[in-house]
Design a protein around this ligand. Structure first.
Ligand SMILES: O=C(O)CCC(=O)C(=O)O
Ligand SMILES: [Fe+2]
Length: 380
């Protein structure tokens, strides 16, 4: 039941270049036949490249090279129309910070259960979700019946207790809960969050370039982006565990972007568009990035939200520290103009983060679950 082979990883330098966005064509009229990016969806040979997870080298971007976005955009486009995942390297995020964040996740979950339960999982999708505390429902790929064999803790943007949104009880805008007895934990988590938010914001203009938009097109929609840091513990699953018991059942994330630090312990596999499951390769010092349902909706299905799953039969404890980034709370995600054509009219009405997450969390609520622990939060 495990995945098939490992995915080929193709360094961007040697990868066949995707066709660059054709600005003139996009500018001609968004609703004209053949306009927008729809034409590229039918590009012959697209599926031949589906096993390759492109590696985007961010060094030129971080050096501020003028054409970096124009070179990265087509690579990102190829990633999101081929496999839905890409690696990034030369991100500027110190390896030591990533290691510290993994260590913090392990420390958190090593605490006595009572200490973890003192930070109860809330309606804001924040706090501690106990082992087997959720069942993937709405975003599951197949019918999923068993709860996920993991425990996780979720943090959002750090807001002071007297922040107006906190005082007003605005959904998904809570004050974080922190462990009372884990010195240094909060600092590491906040440092890692800051690094991930910074990295995510560097990546956003690449999405604009990939979609044939002005490079600053997303800027006013990512002024204070929503995000969630999830620290997950996947205990070892016995070889005799039922085949349909997952560390994290097949799912698509909800996010605009998920940034996943590379894991020394295997277990993640991803489903290619042709329905084959492949083990995600792990590249030292890289991050793996994918998009979720909000990206897919916003791009009017031009970009993939590729399903993936986790099983931990490695014989070791496994920890993961995905960072899910979304747009601003109030930004309106109307189908991106370059993604709308006569052949691909808008599939969704405009929506906001709150609307999407409310719908998602409600539909995914496990009626039989524990009080606040019924929501499956992949990509929240
Ligand atoms: O554990 C992993 O490697 C991936 C986790 C994941 O897909 C998620 O939390 O949504
Ligand atoms: Fe995920």
């Amino acid at each position: 039941m495990r995945a098939g082979g490992a995915a080929a990883v193709m360094p961007a330098e040697t990868a066949p270049r995707a066709r660059p966005p054709q600005q003139g064509r996009l500018a001609r009229g968004l609703h004209a036949p053949g306009a927008g990016i729809g034409w590229r969806l039918a590009m012959p040979g697209r599926l031949r490249m589906a096993d390759e997870i492109p590696v985007l080298d961010l060094a030129p971007l971080l050096r501020g090279e003028r054409d970096a976005l124009d070179r990265l955009g087509p690579q990102l486009y190829r990633a999101f129309t081929g496999v839905g995942f890409y690696f990034i390297r030369n991100t500027g995020v110190p390896d030591a910070l990533v290691e510290a964040a993994f260590a913090a996740a392990a420390r958190f979950h090593a605490q006595p259960l009572d200490a973890k339960l003192a930070m109860p999982f809330s309606v804001h999708n924040q706090g501690y979700l106990p082992m087997r505390g959720n069942t993937s429902r709405m975003n599951a790929v197949d019918g999923v019946k068993k709860p996920n064999a993991n425990e996780a803790v979720f943090f959002k943007r750090e807001l002071p207790p007297d922040h107006p949104d906190v005082l007003a009880g605005k959904r998904f805008r809570p004050a974080n809960q922190w462990p009372a007895d884990l010195p240094g934990f909060r600092d590491v988590a906040l440092d890692y969050i800051a690094a991930m938010e910074g990295l995510g914001r560097r990546l956003v203009p690449i999405y604009a370039a990939a979609l044939g938009l002005p490079h600053d097109w997303f800027d006013d929609k990512f002024r204070e982006p929503m995000f969630t840091l999830r620290m997950t513990h996947y205990p070892q699953q016995e070889p005799t565990a039922p085949a349909d018991e997952w560390g994290l059942a097949p799912h698509a994330d909800t996010s605009f972007m998920t940034i996943l630090a590379q894991n020394k312990v295997p277990g993640l596999s991803i489903r290619l568009p042709d329905a084959r499951w492949i083990d995600a390769p792990a590249l030292d010092g890289h991050f793996l990035v994918n998009g979720g349902m909000m990206l897919r909706r916003w791009t009017n299905h031009a970009f993939l939200a590729t399903p993936h799953r986790v099983t931990n039969r490695s014989g070791q404890e496994r920890y993961a520290i995905p960072f899910f980034m979304d747009c601003d709370y109030d930004a309106v995600m109307a189908p991106i103009p370059t993604c709308v054509t006569a052949d691909n009219p808008p599939r969704y009405p405009p929506f906001t983060y709150l609307e999407f997450m409310t719908e998602y969390s409600g539909a995914n609520y496990d009626q039989r679950g524990r009080s606040a622990a019924g929501v499956a939060l992949q990509g929240a």
